[in-house]
Design a protein around this ligand. Structure first.
Ligand SMILES: Nc1ncnc2c1ncn2[C@@H]1O[C@H](COP(=O)(O)OP(=O)(O)OP(=O)(O)O)[C@@H](O)[C@H]1O
Length: 342
């Protein structure tokens, strides 16, 4: 109904699905300024990410140039006549750049502080795939003879085409699926926690987040559970109202609190950002960067991958292959493959 509404409609909502359904413009408020993005919420996230990525590139480039010029001026400004002339010329270029306006560093409003509990170390090998083959049916193998290890200092992003087997690989890691051939070895004390979208379906939405956590982890004091949920940015009334009333992003935070309370050594995250806004994603990225456990991430969100992954593994053609560059190189590679220019 709201979609057919022809006059101006202003909506303030946490629900991204709702915003996607009814909005044709998104207004972003930050540092006392407003910026309008045309399109729905998903388009806003995409455009804002791209603009910020470009802004950061420009900022870094300009700052490098400025640092080089300043160094030159300091070193040669009082040198021989020729060098001093060059230094003067650089001084002029520098002044011109500054007059023209420099790119500002991208600054984010910090809205949430996520925190995972540090768990200490387990000696490697922590999780090992030994000549693993797997297929849901024997005649259709998704993986053939794959071998790799994941340890607590691993920060891996799994990428690859839809249906290549990324989620399947996570399930083989957790033991939800068993290899058709070969072996997955896990350290005896290894605790793995997996985040995936279907966990939200397991929440009892008539319960509050606090009630839910107390039922899941019985024998704990209320204060302790409140603190555990609070670490993921759900505070006050939001902890005690039925979860039915929470946004998808807030429900995701309950799930993160639930996972974190198990104090995993290793987190496997399958599309964790689907219902999260940019600021929440950044909080998650920061928490993951500060945490000392192992991480395997499946995500279409290249920004998140860029922030937290140290390695990119490509799942394709029944194999898992380490990508030589970073996720931006991989993005470039995909664009080239699809015949898209920069
Ligand atoms: N329970 C299942 N039974 C049979 N086939 C399955 C099952 N789960 C997944 N598949 C199939 O296995 C293949 C790999 O699926 P998987 O979900 O692991 O891929 P993915 O790389 O995670 O894909 P996406 O990026 O689309 O999420 C797909 O062809 C999928 O249809």
């Amino acid at each position: 109904m709201l979609k057919k509404f022809t006059r101006i409609l202003v909506v303030i909502s946490h629900s991204q699905d709702f915003l996607n359904g009814v909005c044709t413009n998104i207004i972003h408020m930050q540092s006392k300024t407003l910026k309008i993005y045309s399109g729905n919420y998903d388009q806003y996230v995409q455009t804002r990410s791209e603009l910020e990525e470009n802004q950061m590139k420009q900022y870094k480039w300009e700052q490098d140039q400025i640092a080089n010029m300043k160094e030159y001026i300091a070193r040669f400004g009082h040198g021989s006549a020729k060098l001093a002339r060059q230094a003067q010329s650089k001084e002029k270029t520098l002044a011109k750049m500054e007059r023209g306006g420099l790119a500002e560093k991208v600054v984010r409003d910090k809205v949430l502080i996520f925190r995972f509990v540090d768990v200490g170390k387990l000696p490697p090998p922590v999780l090992q795939f030994v000549e693993v083959s797997f297929g849901y049916t024997p005649e259709n193998l998704i993986y053939k003879n794959i071998e790799f290890g994941v340890d607590l200092d691993s920060r891996v992003a799994l990428v690859g085409p839809n249906g290549a087997g990324k989620s399947t690989l996570l399930k083989l890691m957790t033991g939800d699926l068993h290899p058709t051939d070969g072996m997955v070895r896990r350290h005896n004390h290894l605790r793995i926690a997996q985040f995936h979208q279907h966990l939200a379906e397991k929440l009892n939405l008539d319960m509050s987040a606090l009630h839910y956590m107390m039922r899941e982890y019985p024998g704990n004091e209320e204060e302790k559970m409140r603190a555990a949920i609070g670490k993921f940015g759900l505070t006050g009334k939001a902890q005690v109202m039925p979860m039915n009333n929470l946004s998808d992003g807030q429900k995701a935070r309950v799930i993160f609190a639930w996972l974190a309370y198990r104090q995993p050594h290793m987190l496997l995250l399958d599309e964790p950002t689907n219902h999260l806004d940019i600021e929440t994603i950044d909080s998650l990225a920061e928490a993951l960067s500060e945490w000392d456990g192992g991480l395997v991430l499946v995500s279409h969100d290249f920004r998140l991958i860029n922030q937290v992954a140290k390695e990119i593994w490509v799942c394709e053609n029944q194999a898992v292959t380490r990508w030589g560059g970073d996720i931006m190189d991989f993005k470039q590679h995909l664009r080239k493959k699809a015949g898209l220019s920069d």
